[in-house]
Design a protein around this ligand. Structure first.
Ligand SMILES: C[S@@+](CC[C@H](N)C(=O)[O-])C[C@H]1O[C@@H](n2cnc3c(N)ncnc32)[C@H](O)[C@@H]1O
Length: 242
């Protein structure tokens, strides 16, 4: 397939046609990562985790270092196949990947200790978030947790948010972070924020990954300002299920 310069925020195209670009974008050096924070907040030892929207497996592999078993649920075949390939290559044996959606998780009632959605997409309306939570609540054991990690409100695209959508921030992209935050807060979720630096290493790599995803304006900005690092604010939402 001929590679275009940018997908201009079309994540559906990214997941379908460019899983390697997503994998490169998501696996650049980040500090701190949510996986440096979550094990200090929750005890994953001997626990089973369902990782919803597991993508190319990066979140699943991180969680697998701390848990007994992690089951990745991912609808896109290209992403799931890459995850299966990477698990074999990395010799990670306590992971499993299944095809499924957040609204229809192919796991039994009360079968996991934690349900985690690490930048799970497709939760962009209160109704879709509630459908996911209904399923997550069904599969999680009593006293287990539902945890989501998302971009904090107003931080879509990280510090270059105003470059992506203009200073007025009227884009749909920003609304999604607000909808997730408002809906989860109303449903009794608590949250913890943290800042993360993503280090792309070089201007060329920032253009090929971050710029490819977030659009032409960010590509021009990265080149002009020789950006190799991008700062993000992220939000961890969590709720204990009684
Ligand atoms: C931003 S990626 C995150 C991947 C992984 N959790 C990580 O941390 O690298 C979001 C993933 O959610 C998947 N996805 C999209 N819609 C979904 C849905 N309705 N249910 C579950 N996963 C979905 C996408 O295909 C994509 O692989």
């Amino acid at each position: 397939m001929k590679k275009i310069e940018t997908i201009e925020n079309r994540w559906d195209i990214l997941y379908r046609d460019y899983p390697e670009v997503y994998d490169k974008f998501a696996s650049v050096k980040k500090y701190p990562k949510w996986i440096h924070i979550l094990p200090k907040m929750f005890d994953f030892k001997r626990k089973v985790i369902a990782d919803i929207g597991s993508g190319s497996g990066l979140s699943t592999f991180d969680l697998a270092k701390y848990a007994k078993k992690v089951i990745g649920i991912e609808p896109e075949n290209a992403m799931r196949n890459l995850a299966i390939k990477n698990a074999k290559k990395k010799k990670i044996n306590n992971v499993e990947f299944k095809k499924g959606l957040a609204a229809k998780i192919p796991l039994k009632k009360d079968s996991v200790d934690f349900v985690i959605g690490a930048t799970l997409v497709g939760m962009d309306t209160p109704a879709s978030i509630k459908r996911f939570l209904k399923e997550a609540t069904r599969i999680v054991k009593k006293d287990g947790y539902i945890i989501t990690i998302d971009i904090a409100p107003k931080w879509y695209g990280g510090e270059l948010a105003p470059v992506i959508f203009g200073k007025k921030r009227q884009s749909k992209g920003f609304d999604i972070e607000h909808i997730i935050d408002k809906t989860l807060s109303k449903l009794g979720f608590k949250h913890k924020d943290y800042y993360q630096i993503q280090n792309y290493g070089s201007v060329a790599k920032a253009v090929r990954t971050y710029g490819f995803i977030f659009g032409k304006k960010t590509i021009d900005y990265i080149k002009k300002h020789k950006k190799t690092k991008i700062k993000w604010k992220l939000r961890i939402h969590y709720k204990k299920i009684k």
